[in-house]
Write a protein of this length. Structure first.
Lengths: 132, 99
């Protein structure tokens, strides 16, 4: 088991822990652009069993639409906390402390914003990364 | 990005929520879906680029780069400022621009 990664929203009223994360990636899809307000979402994948909200669970609101990943955010400060779906959380990298990951890949690059300049050597996939 | 001058946030609407702390820019977000909409300070909104459609602007600069995440690799040729960009009428800024 890896070290626990702690996280908190902007106002600090929601805190959470991540264990054994699967890695970090960037999603550049238009939904992540609109939700985050930025070029997309830098996210750390973790099995649902390894993501624990340690404080302020009642402040998290989930937004869902049929056929898409859901999103969870802090209703006090608006911080983007996670996307979720199919037994996994994709925790926003920006709310995790002392994260030492590098992005493993960029996905949904076909839909990136014109002003989003992707940097680094990580593979870039037009839509989802290949299975496995 | 600056798109509007105002004396403060717009009047509260049912689907907008604001978060403010003394001495820092405030933030506005959608209380239904959590989308980040804008930061705001005295007289200025900084609208989140991700919620603007068909934006053809390029970034003019990066600010507060001293505090960037280790995994945040900045790309492009726009100037990078460790904290805030210099004001245009700042003599030090003019000096830097010449050097």
């Amino acid at each position: 088991m890896s070290a626990t990664i702690h996280g908190a929203c902007l106002c600090g009223q929601v805190t959470f822990d991540v264990q054994d994360p699967g890695g970090m990636s960037y999603c550049h899809c238009t939904r992540c652009q609109r939700w985050s307000g930025g070029p997309g979402l830098a996210e750390v994948e973790v099995d649902a069993a390894n993501f624990e909200v340690t404080r302020g669970e009642e402040l998290i609101k989930q937004y869902t639409e049929e056929g898409f990943s859901g999103f969870g955010f802090c209703t006090n400060c608006g911080s983007s906390i996670y996307a979720f779906g199919e037994g996994k959380y994709y925790v926003a990298a920006g709310v995790l402390q002392d994260l030492e990951f590098e992005p493993a890949y960029h996905m949904m690059v076909a839909y990136r914003a014109p002003w989003d300049g992707i940097s680094g050597d990580a593979p870039q996939y037009p839509e989802f990364p290949p299975e496995g | 990005m600056v798109v509007s001058a105002a004396d403060g946030p717009p009047s509260r609407r049912p689907t907008q929520h604001f978060f403010t702390e003394p001495g820092a820019a405030g933030f506005g977000f959608c209380s239904t879906c959590g989308s980040g909409l804008y930061g705001f300070g005295p007289g200025t909104f900084f609208v989140a680029a991700g919620v603007l459609q068909d934006l053809t602007l390029e970034p003019g600069y990066h600010l507060l780069v001293a505090y960037k995440a280790p995994w945040d690799v900045i790309t492009g040729d726009a100037p990078q400022h460790l904290e805030f960009p210099p004001l245009p009428d700042d003599p030090a800024a003019r000096r830097d621009a010449r050097s």
